[in-house]
Design a protein. Structure first.
Length: 226
């Protein structure tokens, strides 16, 4: 039986010295969110391309797979800022042309405008420099009910909103045909609306101690071959 020697999986071990502490902090928010608080998983899916195939594809039919041309025209890009509410699974999304700190602050203001004013807000983020920019820190200081929680470095998989991005890519973007950025943004906005019609709370299932043990084994394996 073939062992699949030609297959491989990519990985990257986190070198964050506070890995265990940050992991337990984020997983704690998933498993036991604070009372009277909102927990959001926030990130950007940047440089989403509006790709238009050079010729129409042929649809799937009995005895023949669906087809599409290998080449395409580029019509520009958009960046989707998204916040996944852990408690109910709903998503707040905004399309913007760039993903600088200015756009991130605009997105934070959009979230702030939609949330109940009497609840604390806990936000799970990755370590992207935009999220730690001085003007973002100043915004955070002006909004004391907000608290940022950063996942360990190289651990974007820990951010729950990545699952929403993966679903968007798989169901709408991967095989989509977009004649303009406006067309692409309309498709993304429609997907967000459809998702919010039947959202499901995010449920974390992995044991953080098992993850920590696996990372330790990974580092030991790498050290043994260096």
């Amino acid at each position: 039986m073939s062992m699949g020697w030609h297959r491989w999986r990519s990985f990257k071990l986190s070198n964050d010295k506070a890995f265990a502490e940050k992991l337990h902090d984020v997983v704690g928010l998933y498993v036991s969110p604070p009372a009277h608080a909102i927990v959001l998983s926030v990130d950007e899916k940047s440089q989403i391309q509006a790709l238009d195939r050079t010729q129409p594809g042929l649809p799937l039919k009995k005895g023949r797979a669906g087809t599409m041309t290998y080449d395409y025209k580029r019509h520009g890009t958009t960046t989707l800022f998204a916040a996944l509410n852990i408690l109910d699974g709903s998503v707040i999304g905004r399309n913007m042309q760039r993903h600088r700190h200015q756009e991130f602050i605009r997105f934070l203001n959009a979230i702030e405008a939609e949330l109940p004013k009497d609840k604390a807000v806990h936000v799970i983020l990755d370590n992207y420099a935009t999220h730690k920019q001085p003007k973002v820190r100043a915004w955070l200081a002006r909004h004391p009910r907000w608290t940022f929680h950063f996942v360990p470095t190289s651990c974007s998989w820990l951010n729950a909103v990545e699952g929403f991005f993966a679903k968007l890519t798989r169901r709408r973007l991967k095989y989509g045909v977009f004649h303009s950025v406006v067309d692409l943004q309309a498709t993304i906005n429609r997907f967000v609306r459809e998702h919010n019609q039947e959202p499901k709370p995010f449920i974390w299932r992995a044991d953080p101690d098992e993850i920590i043990a696996a990372v330790k084994r990974g580092h030991q394996a790498l050290e043994s071959i260096q």
